[in-house]
Design a protein around this ligand. Structure first.
Ligand code: Q9C
Ligand code: ZN
Length: 685
């Protein structure tokens, strides 16, 4: 990887703690940082990051998001007695002060600023700041929810002021609503704030009316505040990924940020006593990956909550692994969103349909009777519930995320001599790699131990060049299967033939599943089977006459594929959910000569698809497309795609064809659902 990942941490931020008894605050402990950091050290991740020192945020920095009165008040806390501290604390909600917390809060905000500096000056591509106290609940003139200064809000304003950043995206995946961030930017269209949070119809802390989906921003900022309330606990990976595919990513791509922040709280992970959700730590690898092609890869993750030390540390590691470019583990059992998640999804999409052209088509069902039944504050059951919670608080178990073994070879290429390719790619395809079995297969159309091939591939490939290319291709696919090579790229004479050949070979092995993503016209697969070994998604501008079925998805977009927004929306809300649910062992990405796709859109596609199949992406391109080889290889090596610019509204006919496909397929592919008419996962949630 060409540019690094910053890790910002200072042990000093562990030097404060709760000094009195307060059940609401006892979970916010120094070990949150020490355990996270130790786990990063043990997994070897710290050594792979660029270590950036913290600094103290200055008064001027802090005043970017806070009032002078508040800053002056906090400044006095280091000199207060225990009694004074207790009393000072009382004016705020769910927070505690300590003689050293002001110092730590300056370091926490300063860490976020150091991260911005490192990313914006190009010292690193992305990074994470491990900080205490967290920030997203603190308001202009108030501490709240363990937070003193709003680290990310300060950093976002600083990035705008110092580097002229025009559009900032803040993704708050902490399980609490970062109301402080919302208040800071609610009338500001230059900062798009997205938050999902445990809400339970306003029963869950901080119990705010304005945390619901209908708080969309104010004045010029209408549309730039996106709230996804979770009205049940127990949300799973499918629920999170579904919201990314159907809300956050379409809006984020339309918005086109210059810089992305993550309010990286991990109380949204399984085992957390606050969140009580069931998403596993590896989901954060995917959430991170899905954001890494925005803003040219400029991503700053800043720790917020996370109170189960095991779950927290594992989730932090998953995030840092991904920031470093390591392929994400295959997401386990994505069985579609639950009913409550679908209701939330539907409500937020409807609430924003006027604001974002990607959501214009969001189904026009009544949302009033779904999610607006907020609980009246002060209801009797509130206290009963708390007691019950203490009783029923149980330990949850989940498997440790699999170790992330990145193959020694990240990207291998099969290229004719003289085609330029970035450093770091392994060249593959000397005659030594000619596998006699594969040659036989090519010549005689069958190979011992495999099903006989339905087509004779020799036809076009008589000359030895083509033979050796195809043979190398199979050798490459096999090394990817064994996880000796992560990704690959081949320039071939006949891309359709090579595609069929690879698919037949790979799909013949027992546990393999191939997601074939084909961009361009032309008959692709005459042998689609319903055995589930392949899922073919073809983007073209001709209506396909091939048989449509669960495993063949022809996406027809008019006006060529140069119509960027239609294509991007199809990728985000159709291809990605299909890919995640299908969970392939290999992604075969085929660029037909007539693909008509601009380079930047193509690179977004290759970037996003690498979140699937543990990064096992094999790209096929046809001779004549040499110019695209270098950029594609860079993408496979982990470079972020260039930004697409703010997207225009997609063509109505493109929207129509994507929507009708989603409609046709949503019974078979649950991650395509966006409304609760369909029943959802049906696990009582
Ligand atoms: N049962 C962050 O995650 N409520 N703050 C505690 C205890 C306050 C969370 C109630 C939670 C604050 C950054
Ligand atoms: Zn939280």
């Amino acid at each position: 990887m060409r540019m690094g990942t910053a890790l910002i941490y200072d042990e000093e931020m562990t030097n404060y703690k709760l000094l009195w008894v307060d059940p609401a605050c006892k979970i916010e402990v120094p070990e949150r940082l020490t355990v996270s950091h130790e786990t990063l050290v043990k997994s070897g991740l710290v050594d792979r990051c660029v270590s950036v020192p913290v600094r103290e945020a200055t008064d001027a920095d802090i005043l970017l998001a806070h009032s002078e009165e508040y800053l002056e008040a906090v400044k006095k806390t280091p000199y207060m007695t225990l009694e004074d501290l207790k009393e000072f604390t009382l004016q705020y909600g769910d927070v505690y002060f300590h003689p050293n917390i002001y110092h730590c809060a300056k370091l926490a905000a300063g860490a976020a600023l150091q991260l911005v500096d490192s990313v914006m000056t190009g010292k690193v591509r992305n990074g994470m700041a491990l900080v205490r106290p967290p920030g997203h609940h603190s308001m202009r003139s108030a501490a709240n929810g363990f937070c003193v200064f709003n680290n990310v809000a300060i950093a976002a304003r600083y990035a705008k002021q110092t580097y002229g950043v025009k559009r900032v995206l803040i993704v708050d995946w902490d399980i609490h609503h970062g109301q402080g961030v919302q208040y800071c930017f609610e009338d500001d269209p230059s900062v798009l704030y997205f938050s999902w949070h445990r809400y339970e119809h306003q029963k869950f802390w901080p119990q705010l009316r304005e945390s619901d989906f209908d708080a969309v921003g104010k004045e010029k900022g209408v549309g730039f505040n996106v709230n996804v309330p979770w009205n049940k606990v127990g949300m799973q990976n499918s629920d999170y990924l579904s919201v990314f595919c159907h809300v956050l990513l379409p809006v984020a791509y339309e918005f086109c940020p210059d810089l992305v922040f993550v309010c990286a709280g991990f109380d949204s992970a399984i085992g957390d006593p606050e969140g009580e959700m069931c998403a596993t730590p590896d989901v954060f690898a995917h959430l991170t990956h899905l954001l890494m092609n925005l803003a040219g890869g400029k991503l700053c993750a800043v720790l917020e909550g996370g109170y189960n030390l095991t779950s927290l540390a594992q989730s932090v590691c998953q995030t840092v692994h991904t920031l470093l470019g390591d392929p994400a583990p295959r997401p386990a059992n994505l069985n579609g969103p639950c009913k409550s998640a679908l209701e939330s999804l539907h409500c937020v999409r409807s609430a924003h349909r006027q604001n974002w052209s990607c959501l214009k088509h969001a189904a026009d069902l009544p949302t009033s009777d779904i999610s607006t039944k907020r609980i009246k504050l002060g209801d009797e059951e509130d206290t009963v519930d708390k007691a019950e919670e203490e009783e029923s608080a149980q330990e949850v178990f989940w498997p440790e995320p699999p170790g992330r073994v990145t193959p020694t070879v990240r990207t291998a290429v099969v290229l004719p001599d003289g085609v330029a390719c970035p450093d770091g790619c392994k060249h593959f395809g000397s005659t030594e790699d000619l596998d006699p079995l594969v040659v036989d297969k090519l010549k005689y159309g069958a190979v011992v131990g495999h099903a006989p091939l339905k087509e004779n591939f020799l036809g076009d490939a008589e000359h030895s060049d083509a033979l050796s290319t195809l043979s190398s291709l199979i050798a490459l696919a096999e090394k990817m299967e064994k996880n000796e090579i992560c990704s690959g790229l081949a320039l071939v004479h006949d891309v359709s033939m090579a595609m069929k050949f690879v698919v037949q070979h790979v799909a013949s092995a027992p546990r393999n599943r191939v997601l074939v993503v084909c961009v361009g016209d032309g008959k692709v697969m005459s042998n689609i089977t319903e055995d589930g070994k392949t899922l073919v998604v073809q983007f073209s501008n001709k209506d396909s006459d091939e048989q449509k079925c669960k495993h063949y998805v022809p996406v027809c977009l008019k006006k060529g594929h140069s119509e960027v927004s239609g294509f991007v929306q199809a990728v985000l809300s159709l291809l990605l959910p299909l890919g995640y649910e299908y969970d392939p062992s290999l992604v075969l990405l085929v660029r037909m000569p007539d693909s008509g796709l601009s380079e930047s859109v193509w690179l977004q596609l290759t970037g996003l698809l690498q979140g699937l199949a543990q990064g096992h992406t094999l790209v096929l391109m046809q001779e004549g497309e040499e110019a695209c080889v270098g950029p594609t290889a860079s993408s496979l090596l982990g470079d972020p795609a260039p930004s697409l610019g703010q997207l225009l509204a997609p063509l109505p006919e493109d929207v129509q064809s994507v929507e009708s496909l989603r409609h046709r397929l949503k019974a078979d592919w649950k991650l395509l659902q966006t409304t609760a008419e369909e029943t959802g996962r049906g696990d009582e949630n």
